[in-house]
Ligand binder design. Structure first.
Ligand SMILES: Cc1cc2nc3c(=O)[nH]c(=O)nc-3n(C[C@H](O)[C@H](O)[C@H](O)COP(=O)(O)OP(=O)(O)OC[C@H]3O[C@@H](n4cnc5c(N)ncnc54)[C@H](O)[C@@H]3O)c2cc1C
Length: 426
């Protein structure tokens, strides 16, 4: 008899894993709290299509994809604009979120996954330290493996006892609170890049943007630790002064939501349980990419499940290992850069842009020259208040290779625990 797998939540990685596992003959049920029509945000987001290649799942058709332009970055007081190195992204595409979820659900349904909508997952069902089922509002679903794809606030992850070793809460300071809306384009002209991104916009710790994409003016207000309607209003009125094409009429979106802004949880599996996507915080802490990372991870999870007999923590280590082996360098690098940008504060950030310490090469990549390094040294030496944040980043840069090297290939409880301590301390 094939093993029973239950997926809690129609998170992107969870749907992808459900489809792959059903194709391998597992008995898979996916439980989602909302109706199918309500799933997915009312806007487009960027995705890197290689995640479909890596999983072997059929990608969305080209007709559903649109080109993505690269960002121009502004410092808080808007005295410096760092333009993109190339106008269009060569790796990422825009896709409607509702379409993407529908596409994945269609693949899952066609692969034999039982899809149960309007059914709320409540908690994991435990037998000692092992997860043996999912408690839903409609009753208990027993299973051999529970895949948690219920997002960053997953009630399933939150219900796990300490003995599972998985962090339950994502703190407010590790969360970007967002408002996203598509407004009418007034048609007015202004000499601004197509996609403009702002750090500490209007004095608020976070990241905002205005995109003029031909149909809508796409606005994101992202604020670390919390957001209020006043923060959104301030950002919109400042944007309207610089981007006169940003109209008053809200056409789509207009929703508040959240993005985890920290490195992936140090452990996201235990006996009978594996988290995927935002429930495990599978994102790059600066650039995001949660969609790509969660869909890509479905392939790692599927391989580990196929090789497993009892879905124990030791067997599921192959999933964690494959995920970290592939993503660790980017996660650590992004996390260090995010921390330095958050800690330095508005005034230091202005100084770093104006003194060419933060340049297109930090934000878009590129080889540093001797002249670049000279500007950076002078910039830092003449801004002593930025030193603590930068020194921490240098220290982290020095230990990064050690954290990557010490990731155990095979499961060994003591070595995995030691690696986790190094990863958490980083
Ligand atoms: C404004 C904004 C812009 C973003 N832009 C991008 C971008 O451009 N590119 C990118 O890659 N990522 C982007 N992200 C991040 C991206 O949305 C996530 O990283 C990605 O969706 C992965 O999360 P997930 O699929 O695991 O979980 P989610 O998308 O949160 O899905 C979780 C699912 O679980 C369901 N669920 C939750 N609780 C329960 C329950 N109790 N019972 C049953 N079901 C439940 C939910 O209804 C939902 O369907 C953006 C996020 C925001 C907020």
């Amino acid at each position: 008899m094939s093993a029973k797998i239950v997926v809690a939540g129609a998170g992107h990685g969870g749907i992808a894993a459900a489809a792959l596992l059903a194709r391998k003959g597992y008995d898979v049920t996916l439980v989602e709290q909302h109706e199918e029509a309500a799933l997915g945000y009312d806007w487009r987001d960027c995705i890197q299509l290689y995640c479909f290649e890596e999983t072997g799942l059929e990608p969305p058709p080209e007709s559903e994809l649109e080109p993505l332009y690269n960002l121009a970055y502004f410092n808080p007081r808007k005295t410096v604009c760092i333009p993109p190195r190339r106008e269009r992204s060569s790796v990422s595409m825009f896709i409607e979120r509702k379409y993407l979820v529908r596409h994945l659900l269609r693949l899952a349904g066609e692969s034999g996954v039982r899809l149960r909508f309007s059914c709320r997952a409540e908690s994991a069902v435990m037998n000692g330290t092992r997860v043996v089922g999912l408690k839903t509002a409609d009753g208990v679903l027993p299973c051999d493996l529970l895949i948690d794809a219920a997002g960053m606030d997953s009630p399933v992850r939150r219900s796990l006892p300490d003995s599972c070793g998985i962090q339950r809460e994502i703190s407010r300071s590790d969360t970007l609170y967002t408002y996203r809306a598509l407004f009418e384009d007034t048609g007015e002209s202004a000499d601004m890049p197509i996609y403009c991104a702002y750090f500490y916009h209007c004095g608020n710790k976070g990241f905002n943007w205005v995109f003029r994409d031909g149909t809508y003016i796409d606005v994101l207000v992202g604020s670390v630790g919390g957001i209020t309607p006043q923060i959104v209003e301030n950002a919109l009125s400042d944007f309207r002064a610089d981007h006169p094409y940003l109209g008053q009429n809200l056409l789509r979106g207009g929703a508040y939501s959240k993005i985890p802004l920290r490195r992936t949880l140090p452990q996201f599996v235990c006996d009978g349980y594996a988290a995927i996507g935002d429930s495990a915080v599978m994102i790059e802490p600066l650039s995001g990419s949660g969609l790509t990372m969660s869909i890509r991870s479905a392939a790692y999870l599927c391989s580990a499940v196929e090789a497993a007999k009892t879905f124990s923590r030791a067997e599921l280590w192959a999933y964690e290992e494959a995920y970290f082996r592939r993503s660790l360098h980017t996660i650590l690098h992004d996390d260090a850069l995010k921390d330095v940008m958050m800690q330095m504060g508005e005034k230091n950030m202005d100084a770093m842009f104006e003194k060419k310490v933060i340049t297109t090469k930090e934000l878009n990549g590129g080889k540093q020259t001797a002249s670049d390094m000279w500007h950076k040294a002078i910039g830092v030496l003449t801004t002593p208040s930025v030193a603590p944040a930068l020194l921490r980043m240098v220290r982290r840069g020095r230990i990064e290779p050690r954290v990557i090297r010490s990731l155990p290939h095979e499961y060994d409880a003591a070595r995995v625990a030691e690696w986790q301590r190094a990863y958490v301390r980083y």
